[in-house]
Structure formats: structure tokens, C-alpha cells
Design a protein around this ligand. Structure first.
Ligand code: PGA
Length: 255
């Protein structure tokens, strides 16, 4: 797996036509990128957008069911996503934790489903402002990793994981973690992965998310343990998203 990743989380945005043109524009730009590029459009569009992605652009879902197939009205299973060509699933995004009450246990069940379907979980972790201000941020992230990742996946399955560190106070707020704050947490996460799973920590993509834009991407991505980003708002504009991908590529090529 490429350690350098830029993923776009479209959230509950875009009409179908807009989603198609955005996918086409991004797919066209990803042929020669160094970074693995992933888009996570709204679920109803996934099957149709797969046709437009081409070989280089990977498709992610923003969520999946914590259960297998069955009587769970409104849910889509990880296996259904796999069947239509999805390769990655975002799990544990702070909006799901906060707005839909997803606990560490629910996140764990979803990570299990994603992994069992042979897909890559993109596991989101991150602290609230209150937790950062009280100095609890490392403990919070450690708990999220322990329960949603280590308690669920053995070493063979863990190798498929992408981690996204997204401080809740930086998501959609225009307030970004400083490059130093991001690096400090990313190093902490990599050390945790190293203790939990050994050498694979060196190959695991650890992405930063929270108000990444073309203007701040390069500084964030230049940090040694920041391997790319999970981009929300700026991924809805093809030019901005492509410029963020290029910022990551530039750093990879320079090293
Ligand atoms: P943002 O969202 O870039 O709009 O802050 C990031 C995310 O929620 O993944």
C-alpha cells in the first residue's frame, strides 16, 4: 500500500451531475500522481461513479453497517460496497460519533465488517477542543485506537488500515492544527502502531484532516509523519483538491 494518500470526504454534498463532473475532473488528474487518491462521495452515487474512476482513482464509502446483511432498514453492508467496486470505507468520523452517537464499540463493529469484506478501513480518530485544552488529547486518541483498531484487527488485517487524525475542533471550522501539533500527534500514533503491530507502522498511512486547503497543505504534508490528508470542504472543488494532491506529490518527489 502506498503510504502517501489524499482522500476527499464529500460528506452529504453534491447533486448527481455535480458528483459525476467532479469525479471526471479528479480521475483525469490522478493518472500521474505519486499519492494514492481516494474520493468518498455520497453512497447513492458510488456504483455509477465507479465507472468514471479509472484505474488510478480509488472509491470510498463514508460509512457502512455495523452488521452483516439482514433486517436493518436503511443500512448498507461493507460487502455491498465491495460488490460495487468500493475499496475503502471511512469509519468513526467525528460527525458520526457526535451526530449519530457512534461509540467506540460501534466503530469497532464497523471496522470488523470493512475488514471482513476485504476493504481498507480509514479509521478516524481525534479529540474535541475541551479534551485538547484539558491535556487529554493523547489519551483520547489512544483509547479510540485501542478500541476501534487494536481490539478488532490482527496484524495481517491491520496492514490494510489507513488512520486519519482529525482534531474535532479543526473540522469545517477553518481552524487548522499547526504543523507542529499535527506532527506531534502523528508521531504519537505511529509509535502506538509500532508498539501494537511492529514494523508495519513505518508503512501505515497516517492522514491529517481538518480544514486542509491548498494554502496550508504543503506545510502540513511536509511533516515527517503526516502522509497526506482527509479533505472535507476543499475536496468539493476539483481545482483545490488537485492542488492539495500536488502539494503532497511535491513533498514525496522532493524526498
Ligand atoms: P474539512 O473536513 O476539511 O471540511 O475540515 C475534514 C473532514 O471532516 O474529513
Amino acid at each position: 500500500m502506498n503510504r502517501n494518500v489524499v482522500a476527499g470526504n464529500w460528506k452529504s454534498n453534491t447533486g448527481f451531475n455535480e458528483a459525476k463532473s467532479l469525479t471526471r475532473a479528479i480521475a483525469e488528474a490522478t493518472g500521474d500522481t505519486e499519492s494514492q487518491v481516494i474520493i468518498a462521495p455520497p453512497a447513492p452515487y458510488l456504483a455509477a461513479l465507479k465507472e468514471l474512476c479509472g484505474a488510478a482513482l480509488a472509491l470510498a464509502a463514508q460509512n457502512c453497517s455495523a452488521y452483516d446483511m439482514g433486517a436493518y432498514t436503511g443500512e448498507h453492508t461493507a460487502q455491498m460496497l465491495a460488490d460495487v467496486g468500493v475499496s475503502h470505507v471511512i469509519v468513526g468520523h467525528s460527525e458520526r460519533r457526535q451526530l449519530y452517537g457512534e461509540t467506540d464499540e460501534v466503530v469497532a463493529a464497523k471496522v470488523h465488517q470493512v475488514s471482513a469484506a476485504g476493504l481498507h478501513p480509514i479509521i478516524c480518530v481525534g479529540e474535541s477542543l475541551e479534551e485538547r485544552e484539558s491535556g487529554e488529547h493523547m489519551n483520547v486518541v489512544k483509547r479510540q485506537l485501542q478500541k476501534g483498531f487494536f481490539d478488532v484487527l490482527d496484524a495481517a488485517k491491520a496492514a490494510d488500515v489507513i488512520i486519519a487524525y482529525e482534531p474535532v475542533w479543526a473540522i469545517g471550522t477553518g481552524r487548522t492544527a499547526s504543523a507542529t501539533q499535527a506532527q506531534e500527534m502523528h508521531l504519537f500514533i505511529r509509535q502506538w502502531v509500532h508498539e501494537a503491530y511492529g514494523q508495519m507502522a513505518d508503512r501505515m498511512p497516517i492522514l491529517y484532516g481538518g480544514s486542509v486547503k491548498p494554502e496550508n497543505a504543503e506545510e502540513l504534508f511536509s511533516q515527517p509523519d503526516v502522509d497526506g490528508g482527509l479533505i472535507g470542504g476543499a475536496s468539493l472543488n476539483a481545482a483545490d483538491f488537485i492542488s492539495i494532491i500536488k502539494a503532497n506529490d511535491k513533498w514525496i518527489t522532493a524526498n
